[in-house]
Write a new protein. Structure first.
Length: 378
C-alpha cells in the first residue's frame, strides 16, 4: 500500500514538536501544534482503513506487534538501571508487567534527573494508543451507526468529569482520562477515512474549527497554569482544541508533489516516520541525559542564552540520533522489514537502465525473417 505523503509529513511535524516541547517546556508549543491529537487522528484513520481490509483480530495483532517490541527493549534497559540505582517504593512484580503490556503507564522510580522516571513519563501515550486500538472494531461499528453521538459521548463525559482530578488521579484514572481526551480525535480519523469530512461544507468546517479553538483558548486564558497557557491540565479544553486542529488538517488534501522534488526533506520525513516509536520512547531520556551533561560541563553558566540553547540542542540531537541508530532497527523487525541502520529507504537511481522486454525481442525476431522472405520473393 502506497504511503500518504501528507500523513507522513503531519506525523513528522508532530514528532518534532513533541521533542521540542519536552526539551524547552514552552507550553505555548501545544497551542501552535497539538501533536498528540493529530497523531491519534492519524492513527484512527489508518486503523479504520486497515479494519476495512482485514479482520479485527489480524489488524489488532499487527498494530500491537509494531508497538510493543520497542517498549520491551526500553524496559530491558531502564528497569535494571532503576533497580541498580535503588528503586525506592518499587511495585511488586505484577506491576512490572505493565512494561510488557502497557494497559496503563508502566511504573518507574522518581527523582530529579532520573532517566527511568523521565522515560516512563511519556508512556501514557502507548497505553492510550493500545486501548484505542483494542476498542477500534467496536468503536468503528458504533461510529458508523451513530456518527455524531459517538463523537459527542466522550466530550459529554469529560464535561461531567471536568472538576475531577484526572491528571493527578491514580494510574487507572489517568488512563481513562487520556482515552476520553483523545478518543474524539481518533473518531475524527474514522470520519476522514469514511469521507465524512469531505462532505462538510468549508464554511461549516471553519465555524467548527473556530468554535473548538476559541472556546478552549478562552478557558486556558482564564485559567493559566504555571507554564502559561497550558491545555494539559484541562482535558475537555485539550480535547476541543485538538479537535479543531484535526478538523482543519484532515479536511484539506494538499498536493504533496513538492516533497518528491526535495530529496533531503523527503528523507527527513521518512526517517521520522520509520523511527517514530523509537524517537518518542527515548526522546525524554535523551533530553534528561543532555541536561546532566550540561550540568557536568557547566553549560548553564555560559551566560549567553542563544549559545546555551544551541549547545544543548546539539547534544540532545546527537544523543537522539545515536539512540535511533542503535535501537531503531527493532522497528524494522516489528514491521517485518529487513533490519537496517539507515532509517529511510534506499532511493532508486534517477536514470536506471530498463532492459527491453523479452516479448519485444521475440516480436522483432519474428518480423525479420518475414521481411527477408518477402525480399527474396521479389
Amino acid at each position: 500500500m502506497a504511503r500518504d505523503r501528507y500523513f507522513d509529513t503531519l506525523r513528522a511535524v508532530a514528532i518534532v514538536r513533541v521533542v521540542a516541547y519536552h526539551a524547552f517546556h514552552y507550553a505555548v508549543l501545544a497551542l501552535v501544534f497539538p501533536s498528540m491529537g493529530v497523531m491519534f487522528a492519524l492513527g484512527g484513520s489508518l486503523m479504520a482503513s486497515s479494519l476495512d481490509r482485514s479482520a479485527g483480530t489480524t489488524v489488532i495483532r499487527g498494530r500491537v506487534r509494531r508497538l510493543l517490541p520497542a517498549l520491551w527493549v526500553m524496559g530491558l534497559i531502564l528497569v535494571p538501571l532503576m533497580l541498580i540505582a535503588g528503586w525506592a517504593h518499587r511495585p511488586s512484580w505484577p506491576g512490572l508487567l505493565l512494561w510488557v503490556v502497557p494497559l496503563a503507564t508502566p511504573p518507574a522510580s522518581h527523582g530529579i534527573g532520573d532517566v527511568g522516571a523521565e522515560g516512563a513519563g511519556v508512556l501514557w501515550y502507548l497505553a492510550t494508543y493500545l486501548w484505542l486500538v483494542l476498542l477500534s472494531p467496536l468503536l468503528l461499528r458504533l461510529y458508523r451507526s451513530q456518527r455524531l453521538l459517538t463523537i459527542a459521548v466522550p466530550l459529554i463525559a469529560l464535561a461531567l468529569l471536568h472538576t475531577e482530578p484526572l491528571a493527578t488521579g491514580n494510574n487507572a484514572v489517568r488512563t481513562i482520562g487520556y482515552v476520553l481526551t483523545f478518543l474524539p480525535c481518533w473518531l475524527l480519523g474514522f470520519a476522514h477515512r469514511d469521507g465524512d469530512l469531505r462532505k462538510l461544507h468549508p464554511a461549516l468546517v471553519a465555524t467548527l474549527v473556530a468554535a473548538c479553538t476559541l472556546i478552549s483558548l478562552g478557558w486556558v486564558i482564564e485559567h493559566p497554569g504555571p507554564g502559561g497557557l497550558d491545555l494539559v491540565p484541562f482535558p475537555l479544553a485539550h480535547a476541543l482544541y485538538s479537535m479543531g486542529f484535526v478538523l482543519a488538517l484532515l479536511r484539506v488534501s494538499p498536493a504533496m508533489g513538492w516533497l518528491a522534488r526535495m530529496p533531503l526533506a523527503q528523507r527527513i520525513v521518512a526517517a521520522l516516520n520509520n523511527r517514530a516509536v523509537t524517537i518518542y520512547l527515548w526522546h525524554n531520556v535523551v533530553i534528561t541525559v543532555a541536561i546532566l551533561i550540561g550540568d557536568r560541563i557547566m553549560l548553564w553558566d555560559a551566560g549567553q542564552g542563544a549559545l546555551i540553547y544551541l549547545v544543548f540542542s546539539a547534544i540532545a540531537v546527537t544523543l537522539l540520533t545515536t539512540a535511533v541508530l542503535v535501537l531503531g532497527w527493532v522497528e524494522d523487525l516489528a514491521a517485518k522489514r529487513p533490519a537496517r541502520l539507515r532509517p529511510w529507504p534506499v532511493p532508486r537511481p534517477r536514470h536506471a537502465y530498463i532492459a527491453p522486454k523479452p516479448a519485444l525481442r521475440l516480436t522483432q525476431a519474428a518480423v525479420a525473417p518475414t521481411t527477408l522472405t518477402r525480399t527474396g520473393l521479389r
